[in-house]
Write a protein that binds this ligand. Sequence first.
Ligand code: UDX
Length: 479
Amino acid sequence: MRIAVIGSGYVGLVAAVCFAELGHDVLSVDSDHDKIALLRGGQVPIHERFLPELVNRHRGKRLCFSTSVTEAVDQSDAVFITVGTPQSETGEADLSFVEAVAQEIASAISDFKVIIEKSTVPVRTCESLRKTLLLNGARPDSFSVASNPEFLREGTAVTDFLYPDRLVIGVDDAASASLLSSIYRPLTDGSYYRQESAIPFVGYAHAQAPIIVTDTKSAELIKHASNAFLAMKISFINAVANIAEFVGADIEQVSAGIGSDSRIGTKFLNAGIGYGGSCFPKDVQAFRVVAEHCNYEFGLLTEVIRVNAEQRSRFLKKVRNALWTLRGKRLGVLGLAFKGDTDDIRESPALEIISVLLKEGAYVCAYDPVAIPKAKEVLDTNRIFYATDPYTAASGCDAVLILTEWKQFAQLDLEKLRSVVKHPIVIDGRNLYRPQEMARAGFVYHSIGRPVAIPECMSFDGESDSMHRESAIRFATTG
Ligand code: UDX
């Protein structure tokens, strides 16, 4: 199959590369000349596992890059739209990039094409897409429109694409259904998984990728509702964490207990400093506006957004409680990206928290395995320094803050960490350690939805005042 993918951002680039991996001839298009030049030269502009290998495997063979939508439409049977749908001032998705691409496609169509919307868009976008194509001169019999939402997560995007929980295809006609089914056939008939060169993935639950074929509006709703539901799960567990913290329960155990009900599931029940990234914050807002346009006030989503924002301010309160005043204090910060395994800092809770700490007069020494260059572009101040490893970041610090759930931050050499800090205080916004373990290593350990852990050997004057605003447990120190 000849496929064009218009937009080479996270979704578009991963989709283009994976379509080539499935055996199709793909033209990946972007209006950014520099990005296309980079990709043509074999460089990958985003940090994503398996992407460099796959670009290398297919570039110049089944995968080519271009800046021309006309060329792409001309050479393809299927045209995927994967341009950005950023949040507008009103909270709704700004679809002007999608519209602009649709206008270009319309003037380039000569024979029959299926135009597939893959970006996250509000319900009824396919309808508008169809109208725009017609208004801009495409003949009604020269195209059909379909929806094929993407559920990939940054960091695991390639395996999410190739080993999906489900594929969703929204079609309103037989031609689109047949074309999209054949594009994904190597996954739905399982033949891709039997290839020796297949990208590996351990523990895939299916021999063949499940596929849901539905109408375009339902497919569009599936995407928005899925993201909103996941965000709701996170805000729900964060709200419960705040109760757990007050009564001295342990949210990790509560979460495991709730999640072991198969109707609920353990995933996306990690309490922390709230969700961030390029999708959840914008998609939950946009879905709320979609509801408004349908004369439905989705108050539940308003609350999801409120709880998420509150998690950041509660964490900042924790930092103030632990340190008393912030002016002139030196904080070692572990994590800048919005989550582990990515260099993406968009809507990162870490960055939001750091900005407030800097405003309140603290010095920050930050470390992140890959997100430092991007953070440097936005955190412009002379009170932030960047370290080359976690221990240098923590060196001489009044407290260490964990803000991103990188695996390596969960495996620190605690003895080494203890030896470099000025004061042994860790404030963990991602619950990467067991409180007992941290106290045994000699740290006063604050986390989310769990009592503060204090080494038995330590006692503070006025402890009951500041420390006991959260419940605290003492643990014997080893060594
Ligand atoms: C998300 C969706 O998961 C994906 O299906 C969709 O296509 C795009 O949006 P992504 O933005 O890459 O993917 O990140 P995800 O892994 O979902 O995490 C989102 C945020 O939630 C991160 O900030 C993460 O730290 C936070 N999170 C996640 C929690 O705070 N707790 C959890 O239990 C899970």
